[in-house]
Unconditional design. Structure first.
Length: 289
């Protein structure tokens, strides 16, 4: 499956530059390599997956090497979104040994985190066993790493939810508590007020009871988030929403429960664990001597 271009987001290159600056300090120098590795020394290094995974972040790793030294030759062996086995060589880098060593850890840090997210996402997609249901990520991402993690969800076969607080309206329980306290009216009026303020944005509202859902549906939101509901209740909610809005199941969903939820007819399932709990995948950079 062809992956999107992560560099369409202009923040990505800036964030990679920041990551390198974090490692190199104010003097922008790798003191160990500078002390021990001659400037003219050339090397070949292979980036290797030490465990099976779904790959994400190879273009990011290449950008790390290129930012350190644009003259490094980076040969892509395996594209993002691929399932790779333990021991697979995914990238070959040739050129200045100093530069390769300087970029090594930052490149590995990105790819191990991103492949971890992609791998967990693929596990949830497989467990859901329903191609008609979208698996959505959330805003539960590592601060400053959201573009990398949301891209990784795509590599694993998931779908991106809203990017942030600015591109769609999601009325959650705390918003409703504030609204009710101030206005004395319920979820339907909150949806109407949001649409009046931002008529061009998609509006989603969180509900946790059938009564709340029925009230929200009077204002025809674009989506409803069905929070922590068991499958029998989700079935009722899906029937009520038919022809009015789309449905998203959320809350405490894990690999053991997602298939049952996917069978209820919901349009989407959101899982925070795709990004907040994905373990890193082990990668290495081996010098070929």
């Amino acid at each position: 499956m062809e992956q999107p271009d992560i560099f369409e987001n202009p923040e990505v290159v800036k964030l990679i530059k920041m990551a390198l600056a974090e490692d190199l300090g104010e003097a922008s120098i790798d003191v160990t390599s500078d002390a021990l590795v001659p400037l003219a020394e050339q090397a070949e290094a292979h980036m290797v997956a030490r465990e099976a995974c779904v790959l994400a972040g190879v273009p990011v790793a290449i950008e790390v090497f290129n930012q350190v030294n644009p003259e490094l030759d980076c040969e892509l062996r395996v594209p993002d979104g691929s399932v790779v086995e333990q021991g697979a060589v995914i990238l070959v880098i040739k050129g200045s040994a100093q530069s390769i060593l300087t970029a090594e850890r930052t490149a590995l840090n990105f790819i191990q985190r991103m492949s971890g997210v992609a791998t967990v996402t693929a596990e949830y997609v497989k467990a859901a066993a329903n191609p008609n249901v979208m698996l959505l990520d959330t805003r539960k991402t590592t601060p400053a790493l959201r573009p990398f993690e949301k891209y990784s969800v795509l590599c694993g076969g998931g779908t991106n939810h809203r990017y942030g607080l600015f591109d769609a309206i999601l009325i959650k329980d705390n918003h409703l508590a504030s609204w009710v306290k101030k206005n004395g009216t319920g979820v339907g009026e909150a949806v109407a007020a949001a649409r009046t303020k931002y008529p061009d944005l998609k509006i989603e509202v969180e509900v946790d009871t059938l009564e709340q859902l029925k009230e929200a549906l009077t204002e025809k939101p674009d989506w409803v988030l069905l929070d922590n509901m068991p499958p029998p209740v989700l079935l009722e909610c899906v029937a009520l929403c038919k022809g009015i809005c789309k449905t998203e199941a959320s809350g405490g969903i894990h690999l053991g429960t997602i298939q049952g939820i996917a069978q209820t007819g919901v349009d989407a399932i959101s899982v925070g664990a795709l990004t907040h709990s994905a373990p890193a995948i082990d990668f290495a950079l081996d010098f070929i001597l």
